[in-house]
Design a protein around this ligand. Structure first.
Ligand code: MEV
Length: 310
């Protein structure tokens, strides 16, 4: 039996996070600058994992890996493979807990590697269904946007329970993704917004609606190459995310600094309360300058990412 490999890139949410869980649209971008590789080999004994966090049989893996280990069991059942005699080595360059879809990318790379090992083809639906098992542990009530973006090569427009569509930007957009250094917990951030809705339904619903509105305008901005409009929409969304209590001091510090240094817009990305921010630079040169400045200002990691017109 041969060694088999599966890979998956990461993602970031441009706009619409949290509101997307409650039926509003969101836009997310595949983020190929970081990713996961999973390599499967025949090794007699139980199914073992070799990852940064854990080395050993899946039976004794820590609770934090329950989502992944269940996803592996379901994938093996689907493939008619016994749950034994495998070593799954996972290498990831995605910082976990930073809103970049690490949990979904790991699951998808592992699922792809198991299909390759079994020499079976898969459909996108197979991958999404199996990855959802893992996402339910990581997010509680995931909207599904992370897995869809990680299996896409183009920006996606997504509304829960509707067919997603791909967005074709009409201009080049230069983004910076900067890591605040603190890990966020998407599950508890999503739960905190659900609690707010229970306590003040009207007030919170109007914030979610507002995020939906600016997300529509952000799509127009991408499709009409209007970077100033896109920047304004990112700032508007951030205002609402702050009011929802999912932006912390570390994120705000980076966001305000990026705007002060000329970013057209800046906001948190993903679950928030820790994790990463995104900033929209004026052009390619500004993107390099801003990225250096954010590093000096204390961002733990910074990536410059160009979304090119398609
Ligand atoms: C997480 O990347 C995005 C959230 O909207 C949760 C979700 O959509 O499942 C916060």
């Amino acid at each position: 039996v041969q060694t088999a490999t599966g890979v998956a890139h990461s993602k970031f949410i441009l706009i619409g996070e949290h509101a997307v869980v409650h039926g509003q649209p969101a836009i997310a971008l595949p983020f190929p600058l970081v990713g996961v590789e999973s390599v499967v080999d025949y090794v007699p004994g139980s199914v073992k994992l070799d990852s940064t966090f854990y080395y050993g049989p899946i039976e004794t893996a820590p609770d934090s890996l329950d989502g992944l280990t269940n996803c592996i069991r379901k994938t093996l059942t689907k493939l008619d493979l016994p749950c034994s005699d495998l070593l799954i080595r996972i290498k990831s360059s995605i910082p976990p807990g930073k809103g970049l879809g690490s949990s979904a990318s790991v699951a998808i790379a592992v699922i792809r590697s198991l299909f390759a090992y079994a020499e079976q083809d898969y459909t996108e639906e197979d991958i999404l269904e199996l990855a959802d098992i893992s996402e339910r542990y990581a997010h509680g009530e995931p909207s599904g946007i992370d897995t869809l973006t990680i299996t896409s090569e183009l920006p996606i427009w997504y509304e829960k329970d509707r067919p997603m569509c791909r967005i074709e930007p009409k201009g080049d957009f230069y983004f910076i993704v900067a890591d605040s250094g603190r890990m966020g917990d998407t599950r508890s951030a999503v739960e905190s917004v659900a609690d707010l809705i229970k306590s003040a339904p009207k007030r919170i619903q109007s914030k979610l609606d507002r995020i939906g509105e600016v997300t529509h305008r952000a799509r127009n901005a991408l499709e009409s190459a209007s970077k100033h409009l896109l920047g304004q929409m990112l700032n508007e969304a951030q205002k609402e995310l702050e009011a929802l209590g999912v932006s912390d001091a570390g994120l705000n510090r980076l966001i305000y600094f990026a705007r002060q240094e000329g970013a057209l817009g800046a906001k948190l990305t993903g679950g928030g309360n820790g994790g990463c921010i995104i900033a929209l630079a004026r052009n390619e040169v500004h993107s390099r300058q801003l990225s250096e400045k954010l590093k000096k200002f204390g961002a733990h990691a910074v990536w410059s990412f160009a979304l090119k017109k398609s």
